[in-house]
Write a protein that binds this ligand. Structure first.
Ligand SMILES: [Ca+2]
Ligand SMILES: [Ca+2]
Length: 351
């Protein structure tokens, strides 16, 4: 079944020609104008076991559970700086990282009674990777994430940096609201985590990586990640210290690039460390939309979204999130210089 009748409201449909009967890929493609799925591939419907693959999987990735998803279109690559610029030029949109912080919103995300920070702490900014020379405790990520004023998608490393010459790199410092705003403009939507993970698997069964089971550390490299000792010594053996132009590494079986590494990708699901425990382990959950609310013991007051795929900062010694089942929480208002997104679009039924 290629058609998703539950979600027909977001697609521009050319209704004139296609017969509903005998639907196939070609017919489904006629359901949307050519330009609206430019740069996307069709991901087939299917059923799979979602969750923890391989010895590096974390408790949050369990239990594995059966999931069924309808087919959909997905961007072949992460949204690029050039694509995001077109959106900003068309709409005048300002990203979350470019706006001063709203204390009324922020205080909902921190323990009750937290005093208001001084005004200069509420100026626009974002989180930039900036490790000290030595790190002994890998559990405290505040050591290498620096709140940086005026860091945003146009200035990924903060003031003085730019995206000149990086039109084909993934846009970064994107918060959830930014990705949704772009999606509305583009007539697309964020993928659910299940859609994202199903697509990342690229047609393979029970494999830890989009390319199968080959060790990520074995050259030639399959993705842009962090070689060396995280976070202090990046050997850059894969050629990219930070983001790479999208599509610099081989695609997976569905023709999707950078589903492992390069930049993290925002999904539409709340991050809830107990969500998989609430799902059936025998009957497939159909098109799961994620938990009804966020739950993350590491930051109990913050609303957290699932991000997938890892980034240029992932390494086996730390999060190893280039695995298809890996997931991390991202605070909804947070932006970082290794988080971006890609979008999906429903395959619309014919009226
Ligand atoms: Ca790299
Ligand atoms: Ca990615």
């Amino acid at each position: 079944m290629l058609l998703n009748s539950a979600n027909s409201d977001s697609v521009d449909v050319n209704t004139s020609t296609t017969e509903l009967s005998d639907i196939d890929e070609e017919a489904a493609l006629e359901g949307v104008s050519d330009s609206s799925i430019e740069g996307m591939v069709m991901i087939p419907a299917g059923e799979f076991m979602m969750g923890g693959e391989g010895p590096l999987a974390l408790p949050r990735e369990y239990p594995k559970h059966p999931v069924k998803v309808d087919g959909f279109y997905m961007d072949t690559h992460e949204v690029t700086n050039a694509e995001f610029r077109a959106f900003v030029e068309a709409t005048g949109y300002k990203t979350i990282a470019e706006r001063p912080i709203d204390w009324e919103e922020l205080k909902k995300q921190v323990p009750p009674g937290t005093p208001k920070p001084p005004d200069e702490m509420l100026e626009a900014g974002s989180l930039v990777f900036n490790p000290p020379p030595n790190v002994t405790d890998l559990t405290n990520y505040f050591q290498w994430w620096a709140w940086t004023k005026k860091a945003d998608w146009l200035h990924p490393d903060g003031p003085g940096s730019s995206i000149e010459g990086k039109d084909d790199h993934p846009v970064v410092h994107i918060a959830v609201a930014d990705a949704k705003a772009y999606a509305n403009w583009a007539g697309k939507r964020l993928p659910t985590e299940a859609e994202w993970e199903w697509a990342a698997r690229g047609g393979l069964k029970d494999q830890p990586y989009p390319w199968g089971s080959k060790d990520v550390n074995q050259a030639p490299y399959e993705c842009n990640f962090f070689q060396g000792t995280f976070p202090t010594s990046n050997l850059v053996a894969d050629g990219y210290e930070q983001s790479a132009p999208v599509g610099s590494f081989k695609p997976n079986g569905y023709g999707l690039y950078d589903m492992a590494g390069n930049v993290w990708e925002i999904t539409s699901d709340w991050f809830n460390e107990d969500y998989y425990k609430t799902l059936s382990n025998s009957e497939p959950t159909v098109n799961p939309q994620g938990a009804p609310e966020s739950k993350y013991s590491g930051a109990p007051f913050a609303q957290q979204t699932v991000i997938k795929g890892g980034s240029f900062l992932c390494n086996d010694s730390y999060c190893a999130s280039y695995r298809v089942s890996a997931k991390m929480p991202l605070e909804v208002d947070a932006a970082m210089n290794h988080v971006g997104f890609r979008l999906v679009k429903d395959i619309s039924p014919q009226p």
